[in-house]
Design a protein around this ligand. Structure first.
Ligand code: ACO
Length: 332
């Protein structure tokens, strides 16, 4: 079994910015409440012409360029999303066509905000077993499309974006050192989009009942997130034979600064070891971790040989973490 790591990263953020001041004009909220309860100041919103595949293609192109490989060299494309362009074909198929990755197998993966971590764990297995050499994993979501902008409990939280990573073989002892994935379906009602599937297909009633929007029990999700962020990061470290002293950077899912702060406290890490960008983008679901990773790498903050912990949680409920030794040279 060979070592597998991230050999290229990319991201795409839509141009349109939705600020807290904009939201003040839409619902009964205010900048002070949003910043103090979440840490979010603004988020990006896809244009009317953009769907998830459009964002994913841009992030994918950048990741391929950074890996120094062509689309033709891809063996598999995994798109982690809960906002595909449509139920089928898979968004990964649309991305494959637009990238010209004609030899790649394709599928979408649904694990909400934990999707990118599930995608990394899944994609890396194909390389480890020797079946494939290069896998493109994209985390993309256009949560604005399923956000109820009359519901102040949820509409202040979410944004749109895409992040991508090319996985490939790396030197022994580098790349992914462990994965920890989990799920608890008993919490499925805490965070969901009920409408549009086989239970509640789109109908006049489903629209009137607002079933196509995200519904969330914020307090319960908060409690769950605080619990699993710390425990899954600890478990991933244990599996890698490491302790918190070995961590150079923690890249958590960007849902709420207070959730991140609690996880940092539990893990005993200092704030300067944690990558946070939710003030600028809000919660972009499966795109949050790869966008933060891409920014930290391209800004020169994370360096070759350093140990990173990626950790996330999401609807399902799901959670996941990975420990990896960064293998990429600085961006020139
Ligand atoms: N502006 C002003 N007031 C608000 C707003 C708002 N935008 N939203 C809620 N409030 C009010 C509530 O109505 C409530 O008022 P009340 O006491 O009169 O009823 C009060 O503020 C406090 O509400 P709480 O829900 O207790 O606020 P809390 O401190 O828990 O923060 C929040 C709410 C930010 C949603 C928090 O619970 C949270 O972040 N939860 C986790 C959410 C999350 O991470 N979701 C994404 C998961 S990932 C995925 O898969 C998509």
């Amino acid at each position: 079994m060979g070592a597998v790591g991230i050999i290229g990263t990319g991201a795409y953020l839509p141009e349109k910015v939705l600020t807290n001041a904009d939201l003040e004009k839409m619902v009964d909220t205010n900048d002070k409440w949003i910043v103090s309860r979440t840490g979010i100041r603004e988020r990006r919103i896809a244009s009317e012409k953009q769907a998830s595949s459009d964002l994913a293609v841009e992030a994918g192109k950048q990741a391929l360029e950074s890996a120094g490989i062509t689309a033709e060299e891809l063996d598999l494309i995994i798109v982690a999303t809960v906002t595909p362009d449509m139920p089928f074909p898979a968004t990964a198929c649309l991305v494959q066509d637009r990238l010209g990755a004609s030899k790649a197998a394709t599928f979408d993966l649904s694990a909400a905000c934990t999707g990118f971590l599930y995608g990394l764990a899944t994609g890396s297995q194909f390389i480890q077993t020797g079946l494939y050499r290069h896998v493109l994993v994209i985390g993309v979501d256009c949560l604005s499309r399923i956000t109820d902008y009359t519901d102040r409990n949820t509409c202040v939280l979410f944004g749109d974006g895409a992040g991508a990573a090319v996985l490939g073989p790396v030197a022994e002892g580098e790349g992914f050192l462990s994965f920890e994935l989990g799920g608890d379906g008993s919490g499925g009602d805490l965070l969901k989009q009920s409408g549009g599937g086989s239970r509640h297909p789109a109908s006049k009633e489903s629209v009137e009942q607002r079933l196509h929007f995200i519904s969330m029990n914020g307090r319960e999700v908060f409690k769950f997130a605080v619990r699993v962020l710390g425990s899954s990061a600890e478990e991933a470290l244990r599996k890698a034979g490491m302790t918190k002293e070995d961590v150079d950077f923690l890249i958590p899912h960007q849902a709420n600064d207070r959730i991140i702060e609690t996880a940092i406290h539990r893990l005993g890490l200092s704030r300067d070891k944690v990558v946070v960008n939710l003030d600028r983008y809000g919660n972009m679901s499966s795109a949050s971790i790869p966008v933060a990773l891409n920014e930290a790498y391209r800004s020169g903050r994370i360096k070759k040989g350093e140990t990173l912990v990626l950790v996330g949680f999401g609807g399902g409920m799901t959670w996941g973490a990975s420990v990896l030794k960064w293998t990429m040279d600085p961006v020139s």
